[in-house]
Design a protein around this ligand. Structure first.
Ligand SMILES: Nc1nc2c(ncn2[C@@H]2O[C@H](COP(=O)(O)OP(=O)(O)O)[C@@H](O)[C@H]2O)c(=O)[nH]1
Ligand SMILES: [Mg+2]
Length: 363
């Protein structure tokens, strides 16, 4: 199991992200009733997904798993690019237009694509490139550069402890699974982990998380179905303090029914965290399902408006050719991708690294 805290080892300075709630008036009442909202999308039987083999530690290398997980995107993007390039004898406008089409159809997004192709043109001009075969490498390079320029870093920032990881996103994107896998990984790294089952909307969601916490050897705080999510988070924080947990991971309900409800519910949770756990290092992780392509981009836009998202977990990359959304998220929305899901196993949930991600797509 890789170390989620490798680069954090010597880090002790104050964490500067603050969880700013947009609406700070009004006090939290544990008795507040949750509004019964409809789920946007019901995830398929959540318990069925927690299989024994989910936590088998495979000896296969991380990079191999990454490449395997990104094979659909690679086939779509890289092969198409090569096909196009092989049809050209020189580098001209038509080639750039064709490359533009490939990127847009791979969900890289129109604006990022235009920016990338403009930079590619400039590079080709400056370096007087005339062999189309050289263009693929330059394109890869420009994508990497733009992604790296767009965000300060891609590390999950949970140091110093105690820390709290708030996990948000609509139903079915992989929040609970991601939490389970992270809890497992953090435990393997020697951390004391506590989970708060803040998605109280469905009993199955709580059970699914309990199952994961058992497997991970993490403690869990849960209330009954239908109870106030903010009250669960409140109890989670008290327990984390009392038991001296290193990391508290909070699940939340993903009911993106309408923006103001989402904002109210998340803000209530953020206020509790601010008030009760001000000393904790905070990450707000938005989970997005890569298979939904542009929809994931739209969700990111909405969540960015209602919450101070500090990073993205992009899941289910193994099931899609739409891996290009990673490029759009990081360049256009300036959201650092911190974690990617490239399969069902624990080791398939990996820290995101721009270089190896783009290499894996372009190989
Ligand atoms: N193939 C694949 N499936 C995933 C990945 N992450 C999550 N899933 C599946 O997505 C489904 C929904 O996940 P869940 O964690 O319940 O979503 P939640 O509603 O956001 O909590 C489950 O069947 C998971 O096994 C991934 O990286 N790859
Ligand atoms: Mg869930």
């Amino acid at each position: 199991m890789f170390n989620w805290f490798k680069k954090d080892k010597n880090k002790n300075e104050e964490y500067n992200h603050t969880l700013e709630s947009q609406n700070t008036d009004g006090d939290f009442e544990a008795e507040d009733e949750i509004e019964s909202l409809e789920a946007v999308d019901e995830a398929a039987d959540p318990i069925a997904s927690v299989e024994e083999n989910d936590i088998d530690i495979d000896s296969g290398g991380l990079l191999e798993r990454l490449k395997k997980g990104l094979s659909k995107t690679r086939k779509d993007m890289s092969n198409k690019i090569e096909d196009i390039i092989s049809g050209y004898k020189g580098v001209d406008d038509e080639l750039f237009n064709d490359l533009e089409d490939v990127l847009v159809s791979a969900d890289v997004g129109v604006n990022p694509t235009m920016m990338i192709i403009d930079r590619l043109r400039e590079r080709v001009r400056e370096e007087r490139v005339s062999d189309p075969k050289e263009v693929k490498g330059l394109l890869k390079d420009e994508i990497k550069k733009l992604m790296l320029e767009s965000v300060p870093n891609n590390e999950l920032d949970l140091m110093p402890h105690p820390s709290v990881l708030l996990v948000v996103g609509v139903n079915g994107v992989g929040k609970t699974t991601t939490i389970g896998k992270l809890a497992y990984g953090f435990k393997e790294n020697g951390k004391k982990v506590l989970i708060a089952a803040g998605d109280t909307f469905r009993a199955a969601a709580i059970e699914q998380l309990e199952e994961w916490s058992n497997r991970a050897g993490a403690e869990i705080i849960s209330h009954t179905e239908g109870s106030d999510p903010a009250a669960v988070i409140f109890d989670g924080i008290q327990a984390a303090k009392a038991r001296k947990a290193d990391i508290l991971i909070c699940d939340t309900a993903g009911r993106l029914h309408n923006k103001s409800n989402l904002m109210n519910e998340l803000n209530k949770i953020f206020r509790i965290v601010e008030r009760e756990y001000g000393e904790a290092t905070k990450e707000v992780l938005l989970v997005l399902d890569a298979t939904t392509g542009q929809n994931a981009i739209n969700q990111a836009k909405v969540f960015k408006e209602v919450a101070n998202i500090t990073g993205v977990a992009l899941t289910k990359l193994d099931g899609t050719a739409k891996g290009g959304v990673a490029i759009a998220l990081q360049t256009e929305l300036k959201l650092p991708i911190k974690i990617i899901g490239v399969g069902e196993k624990v080791e398939d949930l990996q820290p995101f690294d721009t270089d190896s991600f783009i290499d894996a797509i372009f190989e």
